[in-house]
Design a binder for this molecule. Sequence first.
Ligand code: NAP
Length: 504
Amino acid sequence: MHHMVSANRLATRKFLEGPTMVSRIIPVDPFDLVIFGGTGDLARRKILPGLFRRFVDGQMPDEARIIGAARSELDTKAFRRHIGDALEEFVPAARRDKKHVASFLERLDYVQIDATGTDGWTALAKLVRTDLVRAYYFSVGPSLFGALAERLHEHGIAGRNCRIVVEKPFGHDLASARELNHTLAQYFDEDQIYRIDHYLGKETVQNLMAVRFGNVLFEPLWNAQYIDHVQITVAETVGIGGRGDYYDKAGAMRDMVQNHLMQLLCLTAMEPPARFEPDAVRDEKLKVIRALQAVEPTDLVRGQYDAGAESPSYREEAENPDSTTESFIAMKLDIANWRWNGTPFYLRTGKRMRGRLSEIVVRFKEPPHSIFDEDAGTNANELTIRLQPNEGMDLRVTIKEPGPGGMRLIEVPLDMTFADALGQDDDDVPDAYERLIMDVIRGNQTLFMRGDEVEAAWAWTDPIIEGWTKRGDAPKLYEPGTAGPEEALMLLHRDGRRWRDVKP
Ligand code: NAP
C-alpha cells in the first residue's frame, strides 16, 4: 500500500508546484514591538526566534523595531548578545545565516524597566514611535498584566493604534478572569487585546477550518448522525520540572483543558461562521462552550504520575508530599445542541506519558448496512488532525485489499503530512508564535480568544473543579511512560470504544 500513498503525495506536490505555490509573503506595516519579559524563557525560546524567521522571510519591513523590556541590568548591546545566543540555541544552524542574524539584531533595543515601579517608563515612552502600530507583548507573570496596562496608559503610549498581547494563564477561575478583563478594559478596547493561545497558531488547527469549510465533503457528515465520537489528546512526556510552584496550584484542568483543549474542541464542534472574520468565528466558538454540559463525576478521571525507575513522582517534583493536583485528566463531554446530541467528545491530557502527541481524531460511524460478508471486515472512516509530531492530517478510508482472495476490506490512510505534501521540511512549517505575532501586527484577532470566551470557559471549568474538591477526590496514581491511569481507558471501554495509542 505504501506505493499508493507515495503516489498520492507526489501528485499533491506536483499540483502544488504549479502557480498556487508562489510565495505569498507580504510585508506587514512598520511597527514597534515591545516585549515585556524580553529576557525570559518564552521570549528567548519562541518569540524572538519566531520573529527572526519572519525577518528572514522578508515579512518584517526595514522600519520595524523590537524592544526588550525587563528589570535585568542590560544595555542594548548586551541584550542583542543575549538574543544572539538564544537564536543560536533555538534556530537550526541551516536557517541562521550570519548576515541575517547581524541585521536582525540591529533591530533590537532594550529598556530596563520595572513593571510595578517607575523605573524606565520615561525612557520607554521616549523610545516608542506613537505614529506607528505599537504592540506590547506581556511575556511576564500574570500578576504584572494589570500594572503594565496601567503604566502604558499613564505614560501616554497606549492609545488607539496600539495592541497588547496577553500570555496565559488568563486568570485561574471565573472571578479572576473577570477581574483581569475588567482591569484591561479600563485602558484598552476589546479589539486591542490579543489573548494568545498558541494552539490556535498551529498550521493544522487552521487547516481544520479549511478542511471543514472549504470542502463539501466533510460538513454534511459533520454531526451526530455520521460521527461516532471525537477524541482530543494532548500527551506530554515531560514532567512538571521546575514549574512546580505554578503547576501545583493549577493542575491539568486549568493549565491545559480550560484553554488549549477547549479551543480545539470549539473549532471541531462549532457551526460554520458566516465569514472567516474574528467576531464571526469567536461567536460560534462561544456558543459551543455555552452548550457544554456539566461533567458527571463518573465521566471524569484525574491522575497523578508516580515515581518511575528513573524519574521522581509528581509529589516529589512539586515538593508537596500531600498534593492532590492532577497531572493527567480524561473526560467525556456532551455538547447539548442539535448537531452533537449523542456524540461524545473525549478529552485527555497529561504529563509523563508514553509519547508526545497532540491530535484530534474524528471517528465516523460504520456504514449503516454492510453488503460484504461478515469476514470481509468492517471499518469506519477516521479523520486525524495532528498538531504534533509532524503536523498534518490523515483520513482513513476503506478499500479492498488488493490481489486475489476475494473481497477483504482494509483501511488505508490518505496522508497529508504538510511537510511531505508541500515539499517543506518540518522546519519550514511556521511556528505558531510567529504567525500569531504577525496577526497582531496586522490587527487580525481571529485566532485570539475574546474576553467573553475565556470567561465562558472558566464558568464551565469552575464547577467541575469545585465538585472534585468538595468530594475530596484524590487523583489516581499512574506509572510514568504509560497512557495514564487504567480508569481513563475504561472511560472509553465502557462505551465500547478505545483511545488511539499514545506511541513513544
Ligand atoms: P520567565 O522566564 O520567568 O520570564 C519572566 C520575564 O519577566 C523575565 O524577562 C523577567 O526579567 C521579567 N520580569 C519579571 N518581573 C518583572 C518586573 N517586575 N518588571 C519587568 N519585567 C519583569 O517566564 P516565561 O517562561 O518567559 O513566561 C512569561 C509568560 O509567558 C508567563 O505569563 C508564562 O505563564 C507565559 N508562558 C510561558 C511559556 C513558556 O514556554 N515559557 C509558555 C506559555 C506561556 P527580569 O527578571 O530581568 O525582570
